[in-house]
Design a protein around this ligand. Structure first.
Ligand SMILES: NC(=O)c1ccc[n+]([C@@H]2O[C@H](COP(=O)([O-])OP(=O)(O)OC[C@H]3O[C@@H](n4cnc5c(N)ncnc54)[C@H](O)[C@@H]3O)[C@@H](O)[C@H]2O)c1
Length: 323
């Protein structure tokens, strides 16, 4: 197996690259720009190829040159930057994905793993929202609200179209609310899960006006990477679309408690309410991950306490390395 990871130096892609390295593979990382920050420890164990997924000749050239057999498609134009530039969001997230699928068709690749997002579901209402948070199954009707989430859904649908019509073997992974080192201003409001850890880590207070009553499904980036790895190497992906989350409802105060365990003088204050992203709709919900468990053997290893412990340890490591 020779795997190409598009966006393999991004927040999720970097953990996926590390997971493949740990499992004994040497991934080829394809990204628009080089950013070593999250992959400093594995730089000698990956091959970096600069390129844009909108540049089809370049993409095809890299796949051919490295005799790629599998693609993890984690390059994307993420939420906050999508909101201010919808045209580019649609180009990168939809046309870029179609380019990857077309390349897979032309080279008869073994599998494409597409990284999608919880936002494709749209608002979680009725039983699926607060206070019941009934587990969300993959076949819940979709109603994406943001241009980014609409583009991600179109990417999913393109992937399934290529599977049905051209025999391209695809797996679609819908990540829950991810957290871990590296989430930046690119991730906009989604960055709350970083700020609540990184502000105290940097000796700063974290105050958030609303959302303490919300429950959400938080998945640590290393668990997301495990999901990616399993979906890549699985013999078969019968259902094709999988929720990748913790399957548990957790609130910001649970995260705060885990942070305070490691940083006892952390100042964290969160106001009331059941929407900590301040979205004009209800974005929080808890996944049913039965399908990923049964078909991929996926089992999240980081509950919130372990995830926060690992997150802080990673920040300490990165600080020591001067990153
Ligand atoms: N982080 C999250 O909370 C989250 C949640 C759900 C789903 N996802 C999905 O996971 C994937 C990875 O997200 P992330 O958070 O790691 O994003 P990120 O912004 O950290 O990384 C994206 C990477 O893609 C690269 N890239 C962007 N446009 C490109 C282009 N045109 N050509 C080549 N490379 C390009 C960037 O250089 C970057 O390395 C995305 O598909 C995203 O939709 C992320």
């Amino acid at each position: 197996m020779r795997v190409l990871i598009t966006g393999g130096m991004g927040v999720i892609g970097a953990e996926a690259s590390r997971k493949f390295v740990r499992e004994g593979y040497r991934p080829v990382v394809f990204a628009r720009h080089r950013d070593d920050k999250l992959v400093g420890d594995i730089l000698d164990k990956i091959d970096f190829e600069p390129g844009d997924i909108l540049d089809m000749p370049r993409l095809l050239g890299v796949i051919k040159q490295h005799r790629i057999t599998h693609v993890v498609h984690a390059a994307a134009f993420v939420g906050a930057v999508s909101a201010s530039n919808p045209a580019l969001s649609i180009q990168v997230n939809v046309i870029g994905t179609v380019n990857v699928l077309e390349a897979a068709r032309l080279f008869d690749l073994r599998r494409v793993v597409y990284t999608s997002a919880k936002g494709v579901y749209g608002p979680f209402t009725g039983d699926y929202g607060p206070p019941r948070y009934k587990p969300i199954p993959e076949d819940l009707p979709k109603n994406p609200q943001r241009i980014y989430d609409s583009a991600k859904l179109m990417g999913e649908q393109a992937a399934l179209y290529y599977a049905t019509n051209f025999g391209v073997d695809v797996a679609v992974l819908r990540f829950a609310t991810t957290y871990g080192p590296g989430k930046t201003e690119r991730h906009g409001k989604m960055g709350v899960t970083s700020q609540i850890v990184e502000a105290p880590f940097n000796g700063l207070p974290f105050t958030h006006p609303y959302g303490a009553d919300a429950k959400d499904d938080f998945i640590y980036n290393k668990d997301s990477a495990s999901g990616i790895f399993l979906a890549t190497v699985a013999e078969k992906v019968p259902s094709r679309v999988y929720n990748i989350g913790s399957g548990c409802g957790v609130g910001l105060n649970d995260i705060a408690a885990a942070v305070r365990k490691r940083i006892p003088n952390a100042v964290i204050e969160i106001g009331p309410g059941d929407n900590f992203l301040g979205m004009p709709y209800q974005p929080h919900g808890v996944y049913d991950i039965t399908r990923a468990r049964n078909e991929l053997g996926f089992e999240p290893k980081f509950d919130i306490d372990r995830g926060i412990a690992d997150y802080i340890a990673s920040l300490e490591r990165m600080r020591a390395q001067g990153a």
